[in-house]
Design a protein around this ligand. Structure first.
Ligand SMILES: Cc1cc2nc3c(=O)[nH]c(=O)nc-3n(C[C@H](O)[C@H](O)[C@H](O)COP(=O)(O)OP(=O)(O)OC[C@H]3O[C@@H](n4cnc5c(N)ncnc54)[C@H](O)[C@@H]3O)c2cc1C
Length: 395
């Protein structure tokens, strides 16, 4: 999409591009563009580079370290980073827990947690889902019982993304089993190295380790680590999930996937096949529509207009389904190489024991397989469709 008729926007984009071409290490970009889960070392190193420029938290308020950009600037920045192959920063920290901390945390919690997130010193994991509490999150059972100025936490969380990287976990716990399900929940910040915490890997369909189970066995957590009052956790959790959904259109990632699709279709001679070219065009048109919708949501954020439509749910459904559609085309474009799900392997060549070339094949099918999950996490698309129906039909 072209905003360059506005000279200020054109200058901003040029500044971001210059920064990326000077500061983003080529090896890091090559690894990211392959589509595997980012290495923690790359995420930390990139966060530090961004922080040195004051750009690690584009959407945070200025007083907490954000750069003071408009929604359009943030969008363009994320788009340029994705296309250049910049690794992500820790989403659970920057986009999920930090807004809860700076909006509702105590001054001590802000001082303790925001600066290390900003410079990449601490990683966070989200401990919401449990084996029997996913869509129906209010039925969660991880228990926190008061013992003087501590809680004793017992229970299990699951699907904790990057939990094995985490220094801290933000966790919804049940503090009052007698209260109505939503009222008895509190929001705790838990040091991931506390005695009694066990983190076990879940290997996903792409044969990679990004997910975890987390077990709490008599874990002592200071009451001072609770956000807000006891029993208020549900409202913070809901705000956080709304934020999670708002980011989930993933226009920058969709753009990166489309660029890769065009490159591979070009290399495979498919771009000259009118039927395949038309299917790429369809994806591109859907992406342009999604981008406009995202910009609309960004520009309405916080205003009365934002309540007129369930933007988070709509963007989640459209953005996740587009990723899956583009991913399927990518696999198809690879031809027979598409049946090989090269496991996570960040070196330049294919992993030992796998067919070597072409160089653009590794990562495509693994990413396609992992992205089956994008219509599940952050609240499944069935749940989003229920929310959309409730909004417009009052169903
Ligand atoms: C890759 C990945 C990463 C994740 N990362 C995290 C994380 O970091 N932290 C965290 O806390 N959680 C995480 N999750 C968990 C995620 O939020 C849940 O998987 C999701 O909310 C769905 O819950 P569930 O898996 O228990 O499925 P269920 O709730 O058991 O749902 C099973 C199926 O039934 C459907 N369904 C359920 N209820 C309804 C209904 N009322 N109407 C219509 N259909 C319904 C669902 O759509 C789904 O298809 C992650 C999940 C994945 C797959």
């Amino acid at each position: 999409m072209n905003f360059e008729s506005d000279p200020a926007i054109a200058a901003f984009r040029a500044e971001v591009r210059d920064f990326l071409s000077e500061q983003l290490p080529a090896e890091m970009a090559r690894r990211t563009l392959r589509g595997y889960h980012a290495l923690k070392s790359d995420m930390v190193a990139w966060t530090r580079i961004l922080h040195a420029r004051g750009w690690s938290a584009p959407h945070w308020p200025v007083e907490h370290g954000g750069p003071g950009w408009s929604p359009l600037q943030r969008h363009l920045f994320e788009e340029e980073c994705a296309l250049a192959g910049a690794p992500p920063t820790c989403t659970s920290a920057f986009s999920l827990v930090a807004p809860v901390i700076y909006s509702f945390g105590s001054e001590a919690q802000k001082r303790q947690h925001l600066p290390p997130i900003l410079c990449g010193d601490t990683f966070w994991g989200q401990g919401f889902s449990e084996p029997n509490a996913g869509s129906d999150l209010a039925s969660l059972r991880t228990r926190a019982e008061r013992d003087g100025d501590h809680y004793i936490v017992n229970g299990q969380k699951t699907w904790t993304t990057e939990g094995h990287y985490a220094d801290w976990l933000f966790v919804l716990v049940r503090t009052d089993p007698q209260a109505k399900p939503q009222r008895g929940i509190s929001f705790l910040l838990i040091d991931a190295r506390s005695p009694g915490i066990t983190i076990r890997p879940i290997i996903s369909i792409d044969d990679a380790h990004s997910l975890n189970e987390v077990f709490f066995d008599d874990v002592r957590v200071p009451v001072a680590n609770r956000i807000g009052d006891e029993g208020q956790g549900w409202s913070f959790g809901k705000l956080l999930l709304d934020n999670e959904r708002a980011f989930s259109a993933e226009v920058p990632r969709n753009k990166r996937m489309l660029a890769r699709l065009k490159a591979i279709a070009g290399a495979q001679g498919l771009i000259d096949d009118p039927v395949f070219a038309q299917r790429i065009a369809e994806v591109e048109v859907e992406l342009a529509a999604l981008e406009w919708l995202t910009l609309r949501a960004l520009s309405e954020h916080g205003s009365a207009a934002a309540t007129a439509w369930p933007a988070g749910s709509v963007l989640h459904v459209l953005g996740s389904e587009l990723q899956q559609k583009t991913g399927a085309l990518l696999v198809e474009a690879l031809g027979e190489r598409g049946v090989v799900a090269y496991p996570e392997h960040h070196d330049a060549e294919a992993p030992p024991g796998y067919p070597p070339g072409p160089g653009f094949a590794p990562g495509v099918t693994a990413d396609f397989l992992y992205r089956r999950a994008v219509t599940i996490y952050g609240g499944s698309n069935e749940i989003q469709r229920n929310l959309i129906a409730r909004h417009w039909l009052g169903a």
